[in-house]
Design a protein around this ligand. Structure first.
Ligand code: ATP
Ligand code: MG
Length: 340
């Protein structure tokens, strides 16, 4: 038996029906819907267009997003704004040390009336799952979520339940806070398509934030601007974006270079290769292109690769982080000649 989501969120009725995209959206339709989602999220998050674009790229690339940064820079806000701008089922899980795996996946409970076990789906049965402060949960609980992310299904008491697309996990974590946290192991970080950090807003964006956020949160005014079905259609469009043999070779060259780099003790996995190409397709589609160019790969190399790599102790002593190594590789690895 397979169960789907809890159904569309009750928000749609309360907030009015958002406009539907035309049938078979194509690249033009994608740009329109994506533009609406981007506009909605940017009405809440000031001065962070690159972070918003990456978040949207990951949604359309059928991936999962890790937002890692210091406290108070809008991580949770971004996750909530993206989730709220698409009219689909959204669940939020606040990770704490005492959270159990079944608090995420769901449990089988005995129904006295029916005299049988009944599955009560957990919060993972949603289109967008916001996992806040994921590094506060125990490794066992983290891995329950990460299993669902990879396999897009949940197995409880021997029964497998499929998760309905789109299925995106947006997790936030704070890298500074160490006490009482369980940092995500590498294999688990690898399941996230991209990691973004928000960074502080520049002074003018922060000033705008004071104006907009001073009295009430614009998040409360945010209404869905796309349906889950729109997102499914856009994902289909993204799948059709072409990646030429040259660009594929370029991706392989970049990935291979991470595996032999003297400053890295863990290079990029084949999963990373697949996700880099998928993300590049979505990134190109957001630009209304039906083919990927090396610039797409270059723009995505750091957010898609850096969080999966481990630097050597010597590199760490020199203050070199994996972001720096990937940025160097982007500069060094030869780009295929123009023309596709
Ligand atoms: N770029 C921004 N644009 C608009 N508001 C912002 C921005 N950065 C931070 N804020 C505001 O700062 C407040 C804190 O944001 P949020 O709760 O999302 O932070 P966080 O990064 O999740 O922090 P923590 O790690 O403590 O959970 C929110 O009210 C949000 O509106
Ligand atoms: Mg937060």
């Amino acid at each position: 038996m397979a169960v789907g989501t809890h159904g569309d969120s009750p928000r749609s009725a309360a907030r009015g029906e958002p406009a539907r995209a035309e049938p078979g959206p194509g690249l033009e339709g994608l740009a329109k819907v994506a533009g609406r989602i981007r506009g909605a999220v940017e009405s809440v998050i000031e001065g962070k267009p690159a972070a918003v674009r990456l978040a949207l790229t990951v949604l359309l690339a059928e991936g999962h997003l890790l937002i890692e940064d210091v406290p108070g820079v809008g991580k949770t806000m971004l996750a909530k704004a993206l989730a709220r701008s698409v009219d689909c089922s959204v669940r939020r899980v606040q990770f704490t040390p005492d959270l159990l795996p079944s608090d995420i996946t769901g449990v089988s409970a005995y129904n006295q009336e029916l005299r049988e076990f009944e599955f009560k789906p957990g919060p993972v049965f949603a289109n967008i799952v916001v996992g806040d402060e994921i590094n506060r949960a125990s490794p066992k609980t983290q891995s329950a979520l990460l299993e669902c992310m990879e396999e897009r299904q949940v197995t409880v008491d021997g029964t497998t339940y499929a998760l309905e697309p789109p299925f995106m996990v947006i997790s936030t974590q704070n890298p500074v806070e160490m006490e009482g946290t369980y940092p995500l192991p590498e294999a688990q970080r690898d399941r996230f398509t991209a990691r973004i950090s928000m960074g502080y807003p520049d002074p003018s964006a922060e000033l705008a934030m004071l104006d907009v956020h001073g009295r009430s949160s614009p998040l409360d005014r945010l209404v869905p601007v796309a349906h889950a079905t729109d997102v499914r259609e856009l994902i289909e469009v993204v799948r059709g974006v072409e990646v030429s043999a040259d660009v594929r070779q370029y991706v392989i060259d970049l990935i291979s270079a991470t595996r032999s780099h003297p400053e890295l003790r863990l290079g990029a996995s084949p999963r990373a290769t697949l996700q880099l190409v998928k993300a590049a397709r979505a990134y190109a589609a957001l630009d209304e292109r039906d083919y990927v160019i090396p610039d797409d790969v270059q723009d995505l190399a750091v957010p898609v690769l850096a969080h999966r790599l481990l630097t050597t102790t010597e590199a760490q002593v020199d203050g070199r982080r994996s972001e720096h190594v990937v940025a160097d590789l982007v500069r060094r690895v030869p780009v295929p000649a123009p023309g596709r």
